[in-house]
Design a binder for this molecule. Structure first.
Ligand code: FES
Length: 568
């Protein structure tokens, strides 16, 4: 029986009538009336967790979603899923993203609901929920928890986590003492909500809006504002309409929507993680994002949003400047405004509610952009046959064309052990290389790609160096950092062949990343390549090791893409 509401997805006892009878008997123990149980059901994925400070406002948001559902005549049903916080996930949150996506997808499918509101925020949560939604095919709307408000320290505005990194670098370099760094740790994340710079959480909230799967304006409203609760109520109302009339996520997540999202990713100075997640979500819809095309968009779409780490402001300023609707209006000529959204209306309607804010300088015009190029560039070359990514909007101009001597670290552990060794043979002109930090190698592709500047160089005033790895970096980080080298070193990639002392060429304007070693020597090294260590043999770790795809395919599991694994 594949009905609606309580009749949906009945537990299999071989007697559908009995299955419904039993289900009603149990749900009635919680006091529901027959009238309530006849309503359209809106599931609400609750990602509150004591381990997830970014989701501290989720209980109030869920309450507001429920109000919206009931005001529109639906029955809200809250259910828990995995919640992931960046700083509380070992070995790295990316290792768990696919597990959360599987949990969310299966619970949407297993429990009776006609639509679902996905309450997420911290970096991996919205990507996991969107991957789940694309696969579960139940009408879904994303409700971001919203960004934190900014902090203040000695007259300076600051926030998580661009300033966490900058101030920690100051501490490592001896420019900030221990007492100050302790005090500042109380000011960097002053409220619930997600990091208030254009990190991965903000990026994914903006992309959800650009994809048309979250309400207009929902990305940037601060987590603590009354408007955030009103947005939650409106999302609940919308979900009831969707429960009756759709659309299902695959009707919203179209090629046009993914192209719009790529334009926005370039224009907001978005996180490099956003590209990995977008590839994974598109993959669930049977769409392969083309990295060369994404790079081409970056030559056409300038960075317009002046937020850290590419610029100066924070998410609350973006909100007051008009947020995503205002940005989308600025990008109108580059977007497909006919793309459908969860509201049942085209993206063009989202632009209609854009607020004009006189004098605001956070959302720039295309005639006066923050950067003349997009957030990211995709590099190719003998070091990255399937591509590597650099956030050029947060790199040092002077280093984007650079040739230097490689200083190689074999793993994250090797990096930790040697980076601050006073005897390390390294200069500011060298290129720091980290390998075995990709999806399989680490495993989970940790955010270790922004290798710390060796302490002796930091103390001498060096603030940036060229760094190359198969790892990721936080969207809040900055510097001349080449990431996601694909294939990764632990999956046969040429990054494994680099030796300390080799010369490496980085040329961002020409999109090149080359190991300046002749081809015959590369072949010889390939023959001598030692076998990779055997990965985990049990549990989720074994599943991850066996199934994770490379960064250009979003690090999803192979069997979760449409069609799954080939038979046999
Ligand atoms: Fe949760 Fe930054 S740690 S969004």
């Amino acid at each position: 029986m594949n009905g609606k509401g309580m009749k949906k997805g009945l537990t299999s006892y071989g007697d559908p009538g009995f299955s419904l009878f039993l289900r009603k008997a149990f749900i009635k123990s919680m006091g529901y009336s027959d009238d309530a149980l006849e309503r359209p059901i809106v599931g609400i994925a609750n990602t509150f967790s004591d381990y997830n400070a970014c989701h501290g406002n989720v209980p109030r948001l869920v309450e507001a979603v429920k109000r919206g559902v009931m005001l529109s005549g639906g029955l809200p049903m809250e259910f828990p899923t995995i919640s992931i916080h960046e700083s509380f996930a070992y070995p790295t949150s990316m290792f768990l993203r696919n597990l959360m996506a599987m949990d969310t997808e299966e619970m949407i499918r297993a429990q009776p609901m006609d639509a679902v509101v996905l309450v997420g925020g911290c970096d991996k949560t919205i990507p996991a929920q969107l991957m789940a939604a694309a696969s579960a095919e139940v009408p879904a709307i994303v409700l971001p928890v919203g960004p934190m408000l900014v902090g203040h320290y000695q007259g300076e505005v600051l926030g998580a986590c661009t300033d966490c990194r900058r101030l920690w670098a100051d501490f490592r370099a001896g420019r900030l003492d221990e007492a100050s760094v302790e005090r500042v740790s109380e000011r960097l994340a002053p409220t619930p909500g997600t990091c208030m710079v254009m990190g991965t959480a903000s990026t994914m909230a903006c992309l959800a809006e650009a994809l048309g799967i979250a309400l207009p304006g929902s990305a940037a409203i601060p987590a603590t504002h009354a408007d955030r609760l009103r947005c939650a109520e409106a999302s609940g109302r919308e979900a009831v309409r969707m429960a009756q009339h759709g659309p299902v996520p695959r009707e919203v997540l179209t090629p046009a929507a993914f192209r719009n999202a790529q334009v926005v990713l370039q224009a907001i100075g978005g996180s490099t993680n956003g590209l990995v997640h977008l590839s994974a979500i598109a993959g669930r819809c049977g769409i392969d994002l083309n990295l060369a095309e994404f790079d081409r968009l970056g030559r056409e779409v300038p960075v317009l949003v002046d937020l850290k780490p590419s610029g100066e402001h924070y998410m609350e300023h973006f909100h007051w400047a008009g947020g995503m609707p205002r940005l989308l209006r600025e990008l109108a000529g580059l977007l497909d405004l006919t793309a459908p959204t969860v509201t049942g209306r085209p993206l063009a309607d989202a632009l209609a509610c854009a607020e004009e804010v006189p004098g605001q300088d956070v959302i720039r015009t295309r005639a006066d952009p923050l950067k003349p190029f997009g957030s990211m560039a995709v590099l190719f070359g003998n070091l990255a046959p399937r591509g590597a990514v650099i956030k050029q909007s947060a790199a040092s101009d002077a280093l984007t064309r650079h040739t230097g001597r490689a200083v190689v670290f074999e793993s994250v552990e090797d990096l930790v052990a040697r980076i601050d060794d006073p005897a390390l043979d390294v200069t500011a002109e060298d290129v720091l290389v980290l390998r075995r930090a990709g999806p399989k190698g680490a495993p989970g592709m940790p955010e270790a790609g922004a290798l710390p500047i060796p302490r002796k160089l930091a103390r001498a005033g060096v603030k940036d160096m060229v760094r190359i790895s198969d790892a990721r970096m936080s969207g809040t980080a900055f510097g001349t950092v080449v990431l996601h080298v694909t294939p990764e070193s632990a999956a046969g990639g040429p990054l494994a062949l680099v030796r300390s002392g080799d010369r490496i060429l980085l040329d961002v304007p020409a999109r090149r990343l080359e190991l300046l070693v002749d081809a015959a020597e590369m072949v010889r090294r390939e023959r001598e390549r030692p076998p990779e260590a055997v990965g985990p043999q049990r549990g989720y770790g074994a599943l991850f090791q066996r199934s994770v795809l490379q960064a250009d395919q979003g690090c999803d599991f192979d069997f979760l893409r449409p069609g799954g694994l080939p038979a046999g």
